[in-house]
Design a protein around this ligand. Sequence first.
Ligand code: AMP
Length: 418
Amino acid sequence: MFKAPRGTADTLPEEQPYWRYIEEKALETCRLYGYGRINTPAFEDAGLFARSVGEGTDIVNKEMYVFKDRSDNELALRPEGTASACRAYMEHGMDNLPQPVKLFYFADIFRYERPQAGRYRQHHQFGCESIGDPSPMVDAEVIHMSRNFFLSLGLRNFSLQLNSIGCQNCRPGHLKKLIDYFAPLGPRLCGDCQARLERNPLRLLDCKKPGCQAAAEEAPKSADYLCDECGAHFESLKSYLQALGIGFVLNHRLVRGLDYYTRTVFEIQPAEGGSQSALGGGGRYDDLITMIGGKPTPAIGFASGMERIVLNLKSQCIAVPQPAKPAVFIACMGGDARVEAVKLAAVLRDGGIAVISSSGERSLKAQLRLANAAGVKYAAIIGEDEVKAGTVMLRNMETGEQQETQPDELLKLAGSGQ
Ligand code: AMP
């Protein structure tokens, strides 16, 4: 028996109302903030991610699904959405449009991670990118938007974690301090962190191993090493957030796992679950477009994992709207009745009425049991007598009352929802 690959999941019909609810809230949020939808391919040139997310990151080094196609092109299933949106921005000359250009997407994301609750090898993100404006007002707006998106879903008890990791000018000074601080601790760090010390010292700060976490607590903070411009940007952002009444937690260990971030980084974390279970996160990436061959273009974005949201909706017992039950079940007995059943189903559906139609193979009792299980209001029963009279026997499933009815009356009745 085949099974879905490890770390992937089927989303069955009974789960779909959660997804639909999230998508509707996301669409409404994007309408309010002026974002336009973009779809990009599920795979891209692997170099796009190597250059933007970064060669030294876990995502590119360990987690990316890379493959060669039959023409020997090296491709990767997208391990995140931002690089693709930026590639599309450049490819379609969106830099000629009024800035910022605001894009959003729903995308499946592929990372070869160790599967666990809320962590998949294929997951789905709702993401937004505001490209072309350096102002901290935009940072505040993106953070406001992400927070309001979660609030609109009914989620509560989450915190906004905030940090600034500076820019190309000030980050090297901070990295040097980090290396000076961590190097003497060498053997006390986990194997990954010892390697990170050389490759990607910032990532030492968000290691999940208890020993490294304790060491990271006292490490030099990026916010203490910001250049004047980055410092002013961070101060302005904080004042906008205060003006908006958005509480935040300054978290100097928040660095995020992608190389392209500059200045602002943030995460929305549920009260329970800690940093491994972030509901969403994002940040500014002013260098990304130059990393992939474009001209300097400031930008900021945010992404959230749909599976994580579903988990939180369930744990917070938030009820989501369920699809309406079909109105009519058509039961039939005998060959001629089947023809009438097929015709009646077509007439009702043409009239906009949802119908479940039985193939009439089982007894009437069994068919009515199916009608009951489907939660319909009416069963329309067609037997030999009804075929002769050109009528249907209409059974109200709530009261059990039955009456002979003309098909067009049924159409009116079911259509009026009575
Ligand atoms: P990232 O692209 O790593 O910034 O992730 C953005 C958001 O996607 C996270 O805050 C999570 O909500 C979600 N996410 C990231 N990785 C996974 C995963 N492996 N499985 C499920 N959701 C994920």
